[in-house]
Structures are given as structure tokens and as C-alpha cells.
Unconditional design. Structure first.
Length: 307
């Protein structure tokens, strides 16, 4: 049996529970991975809550988590490039979850872990860092232009700031004042969000910004959209309705091993630090997801499943 942590129905943290499940078997295009570390992301609690769609009764109980690092223990049909005992990281397969001793990973959304990259760092890359890379690349800003990251202090924002900085793009980010040290360590300028945020940014940049990478949505996005003349350079990860109303569009995700290999190489070269704030053991998975759900995390939170 495989120990896991998940939920029995859609809802709040009270529906979460420890689980014991049968060992999964990889289908075509999948890898069976013994999980070393699972990344924790806002999408995890949003899936559990039903915000992204209600779970069907036949899909419950479900395991939380969408990204892992670990060791290949089995290989499904039609998979090339991987062997048993390979150290890998990637996104979990449909109907699987990362907060588990063993899980299934989609082979096309997995990559080999470079030896210079720890399992903990690797587990943070498939969701946050890959999303950050896709967003910065999609905006296509050039050296000397200015990128506003709306909600810079989470995993995606932290990675996006470093990826943009590496391309010599100036970065400004909105976050709470208590995140200032983190944001400035990224080489970015913090502007506290809340009433008057656009005026505070105008005080620094009278001509506005060249691109906005929104990670917050809602009123926070509406507050800063006017800083951008060309709304084609407005993308969001979280609010399709608002970004469309404002003339922008949702991020376009690559979701392949190509991007995973790029961001892993950046970590190996010292160009990208996932900024893991907290590493919690498997039996504290509830605390790990709570830290992300309440929005207190600065950077990434991971769960060490095995060592």
C-alpha cells in the first residue's frame, strides 16, 4: 500500500485526510515515480476546494499535489528516454497526485534531474518556474524594458523576476511590505499593493511599464492595468475574465520537457534560485498546504516524502 495525503470531497482543509492506496501502475506515456519531494502550489488547494471544477464521485478520494521529483520505478508503454532508477522531476499524470510515496508522472512533462540540482529544488520547477519561464518568454520584452509582476512574492513571481533579470529586463513587483527583503534580493523593486498602488508605481515610472505579468487577478489586476499602453503585453495566470475585459490574455503554457530542461539548467548554473522558504516532512503535509493557502509563504514550500 502507498501512503498519500489528499481529500475525500471538495471543500476546505477539513476534508483533507491521510490515505492508503494501491500501488499505481503506469499507463502508456507515464512513469511510476518514487517521490522524494512534492512541491506545494496554490492550484493544489484550489483543486481541493472545487474552485477549478467539482470532483466526480468516482475520482474520490483524490491525492493532492501537481509536481514532484523522485526516482523512476516503472515505465509505461510508448515511453522513450527514461530508464528505471533515473532521477527525474515533472508534472503528475491525470488522476494522480504528488503528496504520495509513489505517483504517476506524464513522461512528456518530465525531465532528468541534473546532478547539481537537489530533489527539493527540482520539485519546485514543473509548476512555478516553468509557468514563470512561459510568461516571461511570451511577453517577449527586451533588454532595458520594464516588467511589472503583479503578486511577485510567490513561487511563480520569484522565478519570473530572476528569469527576467537574467535577460536584463527591469523588474518591479507588487507585494506586501513584509516581502520587501525577498523582492529586493531578486534585484526587483517592491511597490506595496493596495489603495494607490498605480500612483506609487507612476511615481517611480511616469511613463508606466512595458509588460504586466499578473499572478493575482481581480481588483489587484484592474488597479495596475492602466500602467500599460499596449494591452497585448498584459498576461495573467489566474483570472481569464478580468484580463480579457482589460484587453489582455491568459498565459500560454508549453508544458513539455523542453521548458523543464531550461529552468533546471538555470538552477544548475546558479541563475535561478527557487527560494524554498519551508521544507516540511510528509506527516506535516496539512501544514504545508495551509501555509500556501493563507498566502503567508515567501517563495516555495515543499514536502519531503522520502530521503
Amino acid at each position: 500500500m502507498v501512503k498519500a495525503f489528499g481529500y475525500s470531497s471538495n471543500g476546505g482543509p477539513d476534508v483533507q485526510e491521510s490515505l492508503e492506496l494501491e500501488m499505481p501502475s503506469p499507463l502508456a506515456g507515464e512513469l511510476l515515480v518514487e517521490v522524494r519531494t512534492a512541491g506545494v502550489n496554490p492550484v493544489d488547494w484550489k483543486i481541493r476546494s472545487g474552485m477549478l471544477g467539482r470532483a466526480k464521485p468516482g475520482d474520490l478520494p483524490a491525492v493532492l499535489g501537481s509536481e514532484v521529483s523522485g526516482v523512476v520505478r516503472g515505465i509505461g508503454k510508448d515511453v522513450d528516454g527514461f530508464a528505471v532508477d533515473d532521477e527525474v522531476f515533472g508534472s503528475i499524470a491525470p488522476a494522480s497526485g504528488g503528496y504520495a510515496q509513489y505517483t504517476l508522472v506524464t513522461a512528456n512533462a518530465a525531465a532528468h534531474k541534473p546532478p547539481q540540482v537537489s530533489f527539493n529544488d527540482a520539485a519546485t520547477l514543473p509548476v512555478a518556474a516553468a509557468t514563470a519561464y512561459d510568461g516571461v518568454t511570451q511577453l517577449g520584452l527586451t533588454k532595458g524594458q520594464t516588467l511589472l509582476i503583479n503578486g511577485i512574492s510567490g513561487g511563480v513571481g520569484v522565478a519570473a523576476a530572476q528569469i527576467a533579470r537574467d535577460a536584463n529586463i527591469n523588474v518591479i513587483g507588487t507585494a506586501s511590505e513584509d516581502k520587501r527583503a525577498l523582492v529586493e534580493s531578486l534585484g526587483a523593486t517592491l511597490v506595496p499593493y493596495g489603495d494607490g498602488v498605480a500612483e506609487r508605481i507612476r511615481g517611480l515610472l511616469p511613463d508606466g511599464v512595458d509588460g504586466i505579468f499578473d499572478l493575482a487577478g481581480g481588483d489587484g489586476l484592474r488597479a495596475v492595468a492602466g500602467l500599460l499602453a499596449d494591452r497585448n503585453n498584459l498576461i495573467s495566470t489566474s483570472d481569464p475574465t478580468t484580463v480579457s475585459d482589460l484587453g489582455g490574455h491568459m498565459i500560454e503554457r508549453d508544458r513539455t520537457h523542453r521548458v523543464l530542461e531550461i529552468v533546471a539548467a538555470m538552477v544548475a548554473d546558479g541563475k535561478l534560485d527557487p527560494h524554498i522558504e519551508d521544507i516540511l516532512p510528509f506527516d506535516e503535509a496539512a501544514d504545508a498546504i495551509a501555509a500556501v493557502e493563507v498566502g503567508h509563504a515567501k517563495g516555495k514550500v515543499v514536502i519531503e516524502v522520502s530521503t
